[in-house]
Ligand binder design. Sequence first.
Ligand code: GCU
Length: 598
Amino acid sequence: MKRLVLVAVALGISAEAFATTVSNVEGRLSHTLDGSWRAIIDLYGTGYYDYRHEPRSRGFFMDEKPKNESDFVEYDFDRSGTLNVPGDWNSQRESLLYYEGIVWYRRTFDDPRSSPSRLFLHFGAVNYEAEVWLNGKLLGTHEGGFTPFDFEVTGDVRPRGNSLVVLVDNTRRQEAVPTLDTDWWNYGGITRSVTLVEVPETFVSDYLVQLDKGASDQIRGFVQLNGPRLGQSVVVSIPEANIRRVFATDKTGRAEISFPARLSLWSPKSPKLYDVEIAAETDVVKERIGFRTISTRGNLILLNGRPIFLRGISAHEEAPFRAGRAFSPEDARTLLSWVKELHGNFIRLAHYPHNENMTREADRMGILVWSEVPVYWAISWESAKTLDIAKQQIRENVERDKNRASVVVWSIGNETPVSDPRNRFMRSLVASVRDLDSTRLVSAALERHYLDEKTQMIDDPLGDALDVLGVNEYVGWYDGLPEKCDTLNWKTAYEKPHVISEFGGDARAGLHGGVLERWTEEFQESIYSHQIAMLKRLPFVQGMSPWILMDFRSPHRVLPGIQDGWNRKGVISDRGQKKKAFFVLRKFYEEKESGETK
Ligand code: GCU
């Protein structure tokens, strides 16, 4: 990040892009920049630093061509290889599978506008750090690999032959979020779509249209304008529900909105979405939105005021059938259809915000979502910079998905070790989430410990700040054998709903043997049978998301012939093979589902 600040200071501009200026890009007039981009692999940062490790003024970001036969230019994007966008670079070239560092991307484009309008350059996500130049001018930077950001380019774009250069750096750092160690592959690159978005001079930059906290018949939210004409009247309408309300924005372009609404509520059984229109005098934006309430009472989770058991599964953003970062609507549909096949109604998107196709598809398919930021394992709890980055990712995640009915839980982290600095850090994140969104549940995946050899205890001090407690446990895999579940007692310090956010074990699809033979489908199946029987005995368990839906790549997993760089805890292999445990879990969820009242 030091690199970013150096250039920004030199150029006297504010470096970092925070969140997006244009929300709901999907609902806007937009032009994709996806496709094949030129790319330079820059292991030593040559395109950026000179031999004294000082920033260059004529770095690769200038996208120069030699002016004449003697001019010294030691790179050439047009004669360099290509990489697909969106996509991680690791799965696109064998030689880049383990690559971590700097890659320069370059794309040229002509101004797509047919009428005078403002133009924004939007990135769905870039892992991990991005520095973006247009025609040699630094537009800005962004840190964080899983949330969107954008830059206005209205005044910078030329009619033809624009040069867009993006430096992407996925080097792992102690102070970053996530930090140095993760049990997932550090896929680098422009991993989600890049789009040019056209909007009017004064446009609707942001809005929230959701039910008020705990109210199934009252909508509360806001509309925000951006541009010279901030004082306008805006109409919020939901035609199918005969709703048409007029509000006036104040001099900052903001209108708080609140009105009664009789709506069919969204739920997994009936994922009802409404066409919602926000019309200002100078702009109109539409979106399909569902309305539901989510709350807790004692150790119950209430969806639309009724107790619900979260029949879930965890998932990484690993692409089914082809490996690499998932990003497309098809990837989302495949992964979520498997959840439906399990008779599931819930998915834990681990351990970072997944792409927007996932949460929008969950809205359509009726699957509740746990959305998490990668505050994972041993983060730098005492670093103010790390806290800022974590909060930025939370803000960007909430801002992107605040109108998604499917998203019901904001998780602030996973398996973070109890300590005073950690507790302070995590409590501060809880406060940030609650400031941004008081309508959803706040959680985290916590650990437990043994009171005695027969009793597990859940008493992480962070529990008192959360609405729902996620609990990760690997009884039968890292902790004893499957039958250990049969005699284990559980205690909790909290009268709150608990979701068993992880349990499971590795199995190589197609490997068969005795129930005590590790790595076989039979061993994994046995873990699921014993775990489900154990968890059924615990009244505070109101949901589960076993680890994990599909095998995923991880540098931690090196067992030859079994793992070969993959965590094999999926109930489905990365090739779509369903393991025996899949059917044990499906049977349990089918029973649960049929036992539910309509
Ligand atoms: C941990 C962790 C996961 C990891 C899993 C495993 O609990 O949260 O990220 O992949 O266990 O060991 O497979």
